[in-house]
Design a protein around this ligand. Structure first.
Ligand code: RIB
Length: 316
């Protein structure tokens, strides 16, 4: 693959604690291990897309601290170009506090420089404008200001929006998302509909297509993912099961999915084939600890595709 992907989003230093079980409200637990590693949904997706074969530019903001140069180096070693990664003096690089237990995680993000962006008018004459306009696929998440996401969506040829963390979206932005990528919780927030079962999630995704989204992908964790897309006849909903694997760390699996999806789309894949490719990538990523280091190469994803269950249509 060699399609051009521009990722506009967050870059964090992740402070990760491994615990036997996640703490409840008001509870203190002791970690069995801890580490720091590069993270941020934007940076993770950029690395995942590059490993999956995309030609990737990352547009983001870091602070003027020592963490920033280490994070920039980690992007370079993964093959991600950082022409649009700017340092904001006097601000701290974003940090995420990640707690991992038995394949599950909880994350709190301190955005720092991820919130420190220029205005639309300033961005329009910066290198960021060219990086967004020239890409085959632009992907954004919601760990940066919504105004920046809206600005990028306005000049991109194709926008993939991963609405994480969850937020309500107006119809104008929704109409630009091809696809919108959400998990069940994010889908409930964006659609305002229940998403507790696969049936409900399919209906909620379909409702977003009827509101104007060209396509919606719902990630379902170990259960795989679902694609709703508008066609000449209405809205078609397809379910892609995931291969059964032992999950050791699901942190950043959604980012592995989105990055691989974008690499496939930028290379000209049809959305349903890109969904299968992304499902395989995410199922590989959960089988080893960490985020960016757990992401598979294009060759590994292609090999895993051989064991992928066949996607099938759902009727609503
Ligand atoms: O999706 C996982 C990411 O979310 C972590 O790397 C953390 O930085 C947060 O942004």
């Amino acid at each position: 693959m060699s399609g051009a992907v521009t990722v506009i989003g967050s870059m964090n230093q992740d402070v990760v604690c491994e615990v036997a079980r996640l703490p409840g409200p008001g509870e203190t637990v002791l970690a069995v291990g801890s580490r720091t590693n590069p993270g941020g949904k934007g940076a993770n997706q950029a690395v995942a897309a590059a490993k999956a074969g995309g030609s990737v530019e990352f547009v983001g903001r870091v602070g003027g601290d020592s963490v920033a140069s280490a994070l920039r180096d980690s992007m370079a070693s993964a093959g991600v170009k950082t022409t649009g990664l700017q340092e904001v003096p006097g601000v701290r690089t974003g940090r995420a506090y990640v707690t991992v237990a038995a394949g599950e995680n909880q994350i709190v993000v301190d955005p720092g420089a991820n919130s420190a962006w220029e205005s639309d008018a300033e961005l329009a004459v910066m290198v960021e404008a060219e990086l967004v306009a020239s890409a085959d696929v632009v992907v954004a998440q919601l760990e940066i200001p919504l105004a920046v996401v809206v600005w990028a969506a306005g000049s991109a040829r194709r926008v993939v929006l991963n609405a994480a963390p969850a937020a309500e979206l107006d119809d104008e932005l929704l109409c630009r998302c091809d696809p919108l990528v959400v998990n069940e919780y994010e889908l409930a927030t964006v659609s305002g509909a229940p998403t507790r079962t696969r049936e409900e999630a399919g209906r909620a995704a379909r409702s977003l297509c009827l509101r104007g989204a060209p396509s919606v992908v719902v990630t379902l964790g170990a259960a795989g993912s679902m694609l709703a897309r508008r066609t000449a006849e209405g809205v078609e909903v397809t379910y892609q099961a995931a291969p059964q694997v032992d999950s050791v760390d699901s942190t950043g699996a959604g980012d592995a999915y989105v990055g691989a999806l974008c690499a496939a789309l930028a290379d000209g894949a049809d959305l349903i084939d890109a969904v299968a490719f992304a499902t395989a990538a995410a199922s590989l990523s959960v089988q080893s600890p960490g985020t960016q280091t757990s992401y598979p190469t294009r060759e590994q994803v292609r090999a895993a595709l051989a064991a992928m269950p066949t996607a099938h249509r759902l009727e609503y």
